[in-house]
Ligand binder design. Structure first.
Ligand code: GLC
Length: 774
């Protein structure tokens, strides 16, 4: 109790610890040898290995003990290492690819990385005998981004952040760094160059940017140092490099990009029906309704409670026919019960995590005593994936993975650290494996559903690790209905995106505490322009479906949810680009404007793709706000008013308006309002935001929105080329690809000029000019 009072700062509790503790550095290379495209150095304490997964990426492993540690390659894409040359100078061993030079000091193992052009990425890293790695000579005036799901601001310079997947029910305040997801990667940015480091270690790791200004100190609690160094040189390059190593974000089905409704819990069939019918009656689009833990029979995963949902076998497929996807929650804890086939099957298949004495690890979760699948084994992932046939038979194609840190109701909040994961015959303790648990569960789920349905799966996960973008969307856990948490959504999701995880979003409206009408509306406005858009709230809290407050609010909420669907072609285009390039859908301004210092720590605005700037209202009762627009000409989406960038402008934001801006030269594809994301569009609207002169182009995509067929060419690409000339705006429309879209008409609207528009169309359907929009 006393810890929560001023007693906590009683001087006697503190010792004067020196900040400048000498560290013992790893010393002296004794031997080295090059095997294939890898160089292995023997040093006084263990082994150092250097390889280049690509000429612009360095992978450095340091095994301090000479014991045979296994690499955690589970989240790493396979690659063929690049060739490099090796040369010895008096002081160094120099390894060189076409892009980088890596100097390892023979006496003290410090290393320096330079680009082929001679730029120095770091003045030196040093390795200590305690298993830490430090980068000294950090870039002056650098900004630190990434580090996955963290509270606080965008820039993490000056912070010490720890990675350990944790179920945090307490309010997510800036001092809590261990949340549900651990993405141990960061990006060091200056306007001159950026580089990134990914510490591939699935135990607890610590990133210290606070101890010394010129140092990044990376600590591992277990296992080896396995560090990928991305040499940039731009922020976009670093993201491309990180998603080359950990995988590009997967392309979700379109319905996953629509509006999703959830509550802990829609308690029975009547309530579910009432919710589905209300969306219909009130003409609010919805693509998915979630079933939280009460749908199960005594919290047994892969079951339905037949009293609460007596007709689930007929009713759920009916909902799907109406275009409403049901997404049930599936937690990892399997109830220990003799009459329960999943438990029995798991025991027979030896699928559960065990203690060192080979007894089952048993933890207390929703169902009471539960066994936890050992997802480190391929056979367990396969088994778990196949179990989902229970859901797919009902037409279910989306699964919500929760409690997969894994969360256990005990003091440590997780599994016994001594529990053993078989790891396909290379056993490791839970302490070493912990941060990968949720990732592996969602991987098993995603692959399982894909096999069973032949469609793009949708998995929503709470816990994850680097690379989770290949399998699942991430929601940011149990936030609260606080304005501060609405504001925090922006830097949190931006940093997830800068860690490779683009498909993310919060519980819109807030999970705990009662929301209020204005907060919900402002959150829905922001959600409309977030990569993932789900309203979710806790049992015991006031309801927060979009219609629960006065009509005025319902009308605004409906307008925005509909807007999400009008913007679907643009949003989908961003997800396709993300799959190609690894760049996030939701972007901090610094990603597009890296020479504008005002963007470096901008926490209350973001871009969707390159061209849409969103400046949400995150303050109660605010009816206007300052918006910083970077260089260039910007158009107010609502009024077409033109703004000169490079400064702040005061923008009116009555309750029904979220400030939105489009960059001059943008080509924005929109469509009609609709009820479901995958409903076919008859018409496409191209909005051109005029610029003085010059050429712009874009590619807009359409495919079936569901299957993987786009990978074999079944995709329509609309290539749009626009020339802004002195008196005319010339638009050329061409198509590529095998897929036939449903569009029978494209209308091109020109904003901000009354120049004549000339359309040269090579399409099989009509292309018209709409009226100018000034
Ligand atoms: C956890 C989840 C929350 C869910 C609840 C019940 O708190 O974070 O989203 O509603 O468990 O399943």
């Amino acid at each position: 109790m006393l810890e929560n009072s001023s007693f906590s700062v009683k001087p006697e509790l503190f010792s004067e610890a020196s900040q400048l503790i000498d560290v013992l550095q790893i010393q002296q290379i004794t031997t080295y040898s090059k095997e294939k495209n890898k160089c292995v150095f023997t040093v006084n304490k263990g082994k150092i290995t250097v390889e280049f997964p690509r000429p612009d990426i360095v992978r450095l492993t340091v095994n301090h003990t000479n014991e045979n540690f296994t690499h955690h390659n589970s989240s790493i894409e396979t690659y063929e290492s690049s060739e490099f040359t090796i040369r010895e100078t008096e002081e160094h061993v120099l390894m060189q690819t076409t892009d980088v030079e890596f100097y390892l000091h023979k006496q003290n193992c410090n290393f320096t990385i330079k680009s082929a052009k001679g730029e120095i990425y770091s003045n030196g890293f040093y390795l200590t005998e305690e298993g830490t790695i430090s980068l000294i000579g950090a870039q002056e005036n650098e900004f630190i981004y990434g580090l996955g799901e963290k509270s606080g601001w965008l820039n993490k310079k000056g912070e010490r952040l720890s990675m350990w997947n944790t179920d945090v029910f307490a309010p997510h305040t800036p001092d809590i760094s261990e949340l549900y997801e651990s993405i141990p990667t960061y990006l060091s940015f200056t306007p001159n160059y950026s580089f990134g480091c990914f510490l591939n270690n699935t135990g607890r790791t610590i990133f210290d940017f606070k101890n010394r200004k010129d140092e990044h100190k990376l600590e591992t609690e277990t296992g080896i140092i396995d560090l990928f160094i991305y040499t940039g040189p731009s922020m976009k390059d670093v993201l491309e490099q990180h998603t080359f190593i950990t995988g590009r974000p997967y392309l979700p089905p379109k319905w996953a990009l629509g509006y999703h409704q959830s509550r802990h819990s829609y308690q029975n069939e009547e309530e579910l029906k009432y919710i589905a019918d209300s969306f219909e009656k009130l003409e609010i689009p919805v693509d998915a309704i979630f079933l939280d833990i009460l749908y199960m029979d005594g919290y047994r995963v892969f079951t339905f409670d037949k009293e609460r949902f007596p007709n689930y076998e007929t009713y759920l497929p009916q909902l799907l026919e109406k275009g409403i996807h049901i997404v049930p929650i599936v937690d990892p804890g399997v109830k220990v019960a003799g009459q329960y086939d999943v438990f029995i099957d798991g025991v027979v298949k030896d699928a559960f995590t065990k203690m060192p004495d080979k007894s089952l690890y048993i933890g207390d979760v929703w169902p009471g005593k539960s066994a936890l699948p050992d997802f480190s084994q391929q056979k367990v992932k396969d088994w778990w994936g196949e179990l989902h046939e229970f859901y797919t038979k009902l037409g279910i194609k989306g699964i919500w993975n929760d409690m997969n840190e894994p969360a256990i109701f005990n003091e440590s909040k997780t599994m016994d650290l001594d529990a053993v994961h078989d790891n396909n015959g290379n056993p490791i303790s839970h302490k070493e494996y912990h941060n990968l648990y949720g990732y592996e569960m969602s991987k098993a789920t995603s692959i399982g559903i894909k096999k069973l349905t032949n469609e793009r799966p949708f998995v929503l996960t709470r816990a994850g690790y680097a690379g989770i973008q290949k399998y699942a969307a991430v929601w940011t856990g149990d936030n609260r209905s606080f304005w501060e948490h609405l504001a925090m959504t922006i830097p949190m999701c931006l940093n997830l995106g800068l860690s490779g995880v683009t498909f993310s979003g919060p519980d819109v409206g807030g999970f705990m505490n009662d929301t209020e009408a204005e907060l919900l509306t402002r959150w829905i406005q922001m959600g409309t322009f977030l990569p993932y858009f789900r309203n979710h709230c806790s049992i015991g809290m006031d309801r927060q479906e979009p219609w629960v407050f006065e009509e005025e609010y319902t009308d605004i909420n409906r307008d925005y949810i509909q807007m999400r669907y009008e913007w679907m072609p643009y949003l989908y285009q961003q997800f396709i680009e993300a799959e190609k390039s690894g760049l996030p859908v939701m972007r901090p301004l610094v990603l597009e404007y890296p020479s504008d210092h005002r963007t470096f720590d901008l926490n209350d605005e973001y871009l969707v793709g390159e061209n849409l700037l969103v400046a949400p209202i995150v303050t109660r009762s605010a009816r206007s706000r300052a918006v910083y627009l970077p260089e260039g000409i910007w158009y107010d989406y609502w009024t077409n008013q033109v703004f000169e960038g490079g400064k702040d402008s005061l923008i009116e934001a009555p309750l029904n308006k979220i400030p939105l801006f489009l960059k001059a030269g943008s080509i924005i594809p929109l469509t009609n309002k609709k009820k479901k994301a995958n409903q076919k569009d008859d018409e496409l609207y191209l909005h051109l935001y005029s610029q003085e002169s010059g050429h712009v182009n874009t590619v807009i995509y359409e495919d079936d929105g569901i299957t993987m067929n786009y990978q074999s060419g079944e995709r329509f690409e609309l290539h749009v080329n626009v020339d802004f000339n002195h008196e005319t705006v010339n638009v050329k429309l061409e198509s590529r690809g095998d897929f036939k879209p449903n569009w029978n008409k494209i209308t091109v609207f020109l904003h901000g000029t009354n120049k004549e528009i000339r359309i040269e169309s090579h399409l099989e359907f009509e292309a018209l000019s709409g009226k100018e929009l000034m």
